[in-house]
Design a protein around this ligand. Structure first.
Ligand SMILES: C[S@@+](CC[C@H](N)C(=O)[O-])C[C@H]1O[C@@H](n2cnc3c(N)ncnc32)[C@H](O)[C@@H]1O
Length: 254
């Protein structure tokens, strides 16, 4: 793969310019329209979580969305069952965006909720999703590569487009997967999304790194911690942006 400017070459998580991450532009480029790939992800994750929690009486649990960044739909996918959802991110600009959206969300997120609420568990959230999200969301600055309290365990978790996007390093990719899964209690359902063979991306004037991993690499990294996982190839190359081969979604149980 031809590499462009020096910043597009090897970049560790500490070197990447997270303080320059522009959440408004990121949302405009990635989530202003409901892509069919997001629709497919939502339908699989919706079924995965609602099938799991359907038979559990009073399932008010703690959830975590790792590297929440500027995407509300992973947190929304856990909403019906959570008394608390931790939205963890490293970037101050993304944390500011999340705080602002929790106070008063942009209409653009409604289309994602409408897809989730095709299932009754979502459609019947008391008070509706936005009041409930305000009640349960806890926004936290944190580093998935260096978690401070490794004893804490969550009962449901999501991590979307983070492990392969923290840096160009395969070691940091495996480390993000490891720490995400270590944050979950035994048996906890999880959903994690990845871009396969991503070349990284430019957001405004800033380059953000990615690590080149295949569906097999992703499955093997997760299977170090659980055999109870299924991976899906979703969408066509280039549907979200150029420079990756497929979206890989992994749904399983810790
Ligand atoms: C490609 S974005 C994905 C954002 C969002 N989850 C989504 O689905 O679109 C990667 C996110 O990971 C966050 N991130 C980068 N390094 C991190 C780290 N070490 N710990 C936690 N979050 C990190 C970034 O700030 C950014 O929000």
């Amino acid at each position: 793969m031809p590499l462009g400017s020096p910043e597009e070459q090897a970049q560790s998580n500490a070197e990447a310019r997270w303080e320059k991450f522009d959440p408004t532009l990121y949302v405009q480029e990635n989530y202003s329209r409901l892509l069919s790939v997001d629709e497919t992800i939502i339908s699989i994750v919706r079924a995965h979580f609602s099938d799991h929690f359907r038979d559990i009486s009073e399932p008010l649990v703690h959830g975590i969305d790792v590297g929440a960044g500027a995407n509300l739909y992973p947190a929304l996918s856990m909403l019906p069952w959570c008394a608390r959802i931790t939205l963890l991110d490293r970037s101050k600009s993304n944390l500011d965006y999340l705080r602002q959206q929790i106070k008063g969300h942009d209409d653009g997120w409604e289309k994602f909720w409408r897809k989730l609420s095709l299932d009754d568990a979502y459609a019947t959230v008391p008070g509706g999703p936005w009041a409930r999200l305000r009640e349960v969301a806890q926004i936290e600055q944190g580093d998935i590569l260096n978690p401070v309290d490794r004893r804490l365990r969550w009962q449901v978790g999501t991590m979307f487009f983070v492990a392969e996007s923290v840096s160009t390093s395969t070691r940091e990719f495996h480390c993000a997967v490891e720490h995400f899964l270590e944050k979950l209690a035994p048996g906890a359902p999880f959903a994690a999304a990845f871009m396969e063979h991503s070349e990284g991306y430019r957001l405004g004037g800033t380059w953000f790194p990615a690590c080149d991993v295949s569906q097999a690499d992703i499955g093997a990294s997760i299977r170090r911690f659980t055999d109870s996982v299924q991976t899906y190839r979703i969408g066509k190359p280039g549907e979200v942006r150029p420079g990756y081969t497929s979206i890989i979604l992994a749904c399983g149980f810790r």
